[in-house]
Design a protein around this ligand. Sequence first.
Ligand SMILES: [Zn+2]
Length: 75
Amino acid sequence: MYTKFQFMGPCKEEEEQTTDHLIFQCQKLSNQRNETAKQIKNTGGNWPTTKETLVNNYLKIFVQFVKSIDFSDSQ
Ligand SMILES: [Zn+2]
């Protein structure tokens, strides 16, 4: 599965704003990422994990992470 966001990401980094960048690398999302990691660990999971595991096993947590991203500065 390879999903590309259809909009600009929240940061001005040079990298392409893919889901991988947002989930694993984006510096603007470190707080949200820590929160996501904590929630996954609370359920007995491991972090870092793969995008596939996030979607398959932790969809609710993943959706919360995506919703928490603030895209308002990217216009
Ligand atoms: Zn970024």
